[in-house]
Design a protein. Structure first.
Length: 145
């Protein structure tokens, strides 16, 4: 699931090559539900100019949370912004870091996935039970106005 923030149909205002022009950049990322942090990456630079992607570290800065056999992966976070460490217990709504543009990311956005394992690339995706009962499909982009 890819999440962007848009206003008036645009994800940025100003210079599209600067991360700080994007509404989503630097916004808080919250734990989706309670669990234990099992993986953290926090040292990958944000891509700038925007549009130049880092394919060597596809997820960029990320936090993985174990919810008892289901794992939330929150990727493309802002360099140095992660506030949790491996072993920390988090509750739904706890701030875990800030949204960025690290990794294989074309602009500031959050990649959110629930999987049956902690490794984004070796695990299988699991359907998410959204509170407001939305039912997005693979490849669909969800935006916040």
């Amino acid at each position: 699931m890819t999440l962007y923030r848009k206003k008036d149909g645009y994800s940025y205002k100003g210079d599209p090559l600067k991360n700080t022009s994007y509404y989503a950049f630097g916004q808080p990322i919250l734990a989706p539900t309670s669990g234990t942090v099992v993986s953290v990456v926090n040292n990958i630079p944000d891509n700038e100019p925007v549009g130049v992607m880092n394919e060597k570290v596809p997820a960029g800065n990320e936090v993985v949370i174990d919810h008892g056999g289901e794992y939330s992966v929150l990727a493309h976070m802002k360099k140095g912004s992660v506030k949790v460490k491996v072993g920390d217990k988090v509750k739904s709504g706890d701030e875990i870091g800030l949204l960025g543009n690290s990794g294989n990311s074309s602009e500031a956005h959050l990649h959110f996935q629930v999987s049956d394992g902690a490794d984004l690339f070796k695990s299988r995706s699991i359907n998410i039970n959204w509170k407001n009962r939305i039912t997005p499909v693979q490849g669909e982009t969800i935006t916040a106005e």
